[in-house]
Write a protein that binds this ligand. Structure first.
Ligand code: PTJ
Length: 250
């Protein structure tokens, strides 16, 4: 897709940037998304650009939540659509989750472009175009969701979300799973399950765990959910950022 030499030491990061740039050109990603990408890259660099053990435990707990849920929904924004469209479809397939486009900077054009992009990558149904319900406590455009989508969901995956909306969804009583490279962000701090990892690695990892856990009983899944310690996961990620791989005790 891009002309980046594979032996370049920053290969993955350059490919990722190109996907986001492409997303902006196609009208999928917002210009704010470029800033979010830069911030994410800095955190990923400090994490060592790998899935740390606490993030893997979080991904497993997320998969258990998905499998226990009555109505799980994966929320997709402009960065998620540009970076991991196929992986979103794969996770939805493995867990029976709905996919809903939900934007911080909502425009009808961008919602449509993202829905089309997801369908090109194999999605059969994409929600978010009806927008016939509202998240209480948010201003008009940012509050829009589908009544039979996020509004009705019991478990929502909100990757790369801004803090306000993460809090508002939490206040609606939903179990929130957040993917965010910044363990200090309000969305990570609000989540029932914060996955501090790059979405490029985290999404396929949740799918892998969901497939692995597909035959488990409710009791087994509930035990995984109960054992997961969100505060410990956030602390482990923060320790890794501050002290590096050798000092984080993992
Ligand atoms: O498409 P829209 O309009 O819904 O807008 C999406 C963005 C991401 C622009 C919007 O939600 C936003 O402004 O988010 P923030 O407040 O910049 O927060 C994004 C968070 O995601 C930051 O904490 C970043 O560190 C983190 N992040 C960025 N890239 C990645 C990431 N986390 C995981 N994986 C990444 N690749």
């Amino acid at each position: 897709e891009v002309d980046v030499p594979e032996d370049h030491p920053r290969y993955q990061s350059l490919v990722t940037r190109h996907r986001i740039e492409d997303g902006v050109e196609k009208g999928i990603t917002s210009t704010q998304g470029l800033i979010a990408e830069g911030r994410g890259e800095a955190f990923d660099y400090l994490l060592g650009e790998e899935t740390i053990p606490s993030a893997d435990r979080a991904a497993r707990a997320a998969a258990a939540h998905f499998l226990l849920a009555e109505h799980p929904v994966i929320s997709v924004n402009g960065n998620v659509a540009a970076l991991v469209p196929e992986e979103v479809v794969a996770l939805a397939g493995a867990t029976g989750a709905d996919i809903e486009v939900n934007l911080f900077g909502r425009t009808a054009e961008r919602v449509q472009a993202i829905a089309d992009h997801l369908r090109e990558h194999g999605a059969t149904e994409v929600k978010g175009l009806t927008a016939d319900a509202r998240i209480p406590g948010l201003s008009h455009e940012r509050a829009k969701v589908d009544a039979d989508g996020i509004y009705d969901a019991d478990v929502v995956l909100v990757p790369l979300e801004d803090g306000d909306r993460a809090e508002a969804l939490g206040e609606m009583g939903k179990t929130e799973i957040v993917i965010d490279l910044n363990p200090l962000s309000r969305s990570a701090r609000t989540a029932a399950v914060p996955i501090v990892d790059n979405i490029l690695r985290a999404l396929p990892n949740v799918t892998r765990h969901a497939r692995d856990l597909a035959g488990s009983s409710r009791e087994e899944l509930e035990a995984i959910v109960a054992e997961f310690d969100r505060d410990a996961a956030l602390e482990a990620a923060e320790r890794r950022l501050r002290e590096g791989a050798l000092a984080d005790g993992e």
